[in-house]
Design a protein around this ligand. Structure first.
Ligand code: NAG
Ligand code: NAG
Ligand code: NAG
Length: 397
């Protein structure tokens, strides 16, 4: 064909494809916008009372039986359980030395029959879309980085012999400096299922400006039922996690953080209430029942989990720099490196067990972070104890 004929044809084709592309974009964003509006309506329910916290969170007190968690399609017929039926037995005596980071300060409570829901904004949801979630499902050393999010994981996990019905531990709490697009977590993991259906529950503390909108050290939770492909989220950014306490939210701020002189920790227990199959989140020595992940959310967590672990996750920002993890120091001394102590799991008989001898170390080959499996950290009252973390930066991988 003559060039004079071909060129206009190409030009016309270009204009057409360019136009459809723009139209597709517009309709997509309008569709996405509608979807966001629908999500917001689901998450922000009519409040019986609203207040602002010292940290600037807007809290809506919502009828416990109408909370956003219940909008999950799998929870249509779910009846809220206000208390678990069972509780694990055989916990060691609490040590008088421990200083607890949370509950030292009082936050306003919601009225009886309501639970505190942190108000979600459109920006929160837009940010949530680009949050790295796959990194929350990987326990072993990394060889590749899903969705381009570079991250490092350091932990001890139980050998995969039998199902475990819970994890318990005292996580030392630190204040870290974390960039806007970095994430740093200290947490416990519960996992079960094949990779594309991996069921995951996490709880611990984090400094993650993208999740919280600030630099504060806060509690966090995470769950997914399919390896973070389409289901699950952090905290209450999607329906699923049912709250039962009238004052504690999954993003609760931890105002007291450790220094080299004074150490603070938060006691966290996640366990399966075997008669109902629900997984409960319990805080502190007073056993405050924060809420639970209903069994309906999962298809591989009805009878315990094969994988449980304790440690940290650090997710790098766009420039490839990793945040500090733990205390931000890899000095591996009890005073200056982050500890998790009183590490226990819950067995088939619903008893707390010391993991002695059955732990594996997962330490990725980064040069930034370290791990010491230190039995009792040199003191009997620490029970089972690990030290972990590091400064971050360019992690040499
Ligand atoms: C909720 O948590 C607070 C601690 O902040 C505790 O005092 C209270 O007893 C808890 N309520 C329930 C119903 O568990
Ligand atoms: C932690 O450090 C940030 C600044 O990086 C500060 O805004 C915040 O108040 C500190 N939190 C605590 C508990 O000290
Ligand atoms: C490690 O921490 C201990 C206790 O705080 C301190 O005495 C020591 O100097 C630290 N070492 C380094 C290399 O920072």
């Amino acid at each position: 064909m003559d060039l004079k004929i071909i060129l206009p044809i190409i030009a016309i084709q270009f204009v057409i494809s360019w136009k459809t592309c723009i139209m597709a974009d517009l309709s997509l964003s309008r569709e996405a916008d509608l979807q966001l509006e629908r999500q917001l309506k689901t998450l922000n329910k009519p409040a019986i009372k609203t207040f602002k916290t010292q940290e600037g969170d807007t809290i809506d007190c919502v009828d416990i039986n109408k909370q956003p968690a219940l909008d999950h399609p799998l929870l249509k017929n779910h009846k809220v359980q206000t208390r678990p039926v069972t509780f694990p037995t055989g916990s060691p005596k609490k040590s008088s030395k421990s200083k607890t980071s949370y509950i030292r300060h009082e936050r306003e409570s919601c009225p009886d029959g309501t639970v505190p829901i942190r108000r979600t904004s459109k920006e929160d949801l837009i940010k949530a879309r680009s949050m790295p979630k796959e990194s929350m499902t990987q326990i072993g050393p990394q060889t590749s980085f899903p969705a381009g999010h570079r991250f490092h994981t350091v932990n001890v996990g139980m050998k995969k012999d039998v199902p475990y019905f819970g994890v318990d531990g005292r996580l030392e709490v630190w204040n870290l400096t974390v960039a806007k697009d970095q994430y740093s977590f200290t947490n416990m993991w519960i996992q079960n299922g094949p990779p594309d259906q991996l069921n995951v529950i996490l709880a611990g503390w984090t400094v993650s400006p993208a999740i919280n909108g600030d630099q504060l050290t806060r509690l966090f939770t995470f769950w997914t039922a399919d390896g973070a492909r389409t289901t699950g989220c952090y905290n209450q950014l999607c329906p699923g996690f049912v709250l039962t306490n009238c004052s504690i939210t999954p993003n609760y701020p931890l105002r007291l953080t450790s220094t080299y002189e004074e150490q603070y920790d938060v006691k966290i227990l996640i366990y399966q209430d075997q008669p109902t199959g629900n997984w409960w989140l319990v805080l502190s020595d007073d056993n405050v029942f924060v809420g639970y992940w209903p069994k309906e959310l999962f298809n591989h967590l009805s009878g315990g989990a094969e994988t449980v672990a304790w440690g940290g996750i650090a997710i790098a920002g766009k420039n490839g720099n990793s945040p500090p993890m733990g205390s931000g120091l890899l000095n591996l001394s009890f005073r200056s490196t982050c500890y998790i102590r009183n590490i226990q799991y819950v067995d088939t008989q619903n008893k707390f067990r010391n993991p002695d001898g059955a732990l594996e170390q997962h330490l990725d080959r980064s040069t930034c972070y370290g791990l010491k499996d230190w039995k009792n950290c040199g003191r009997k009252e620490m029970y089972y104890c690990i030290l972990f973390g590091g400064e971050g930066g360019r992690c040499g991988d």
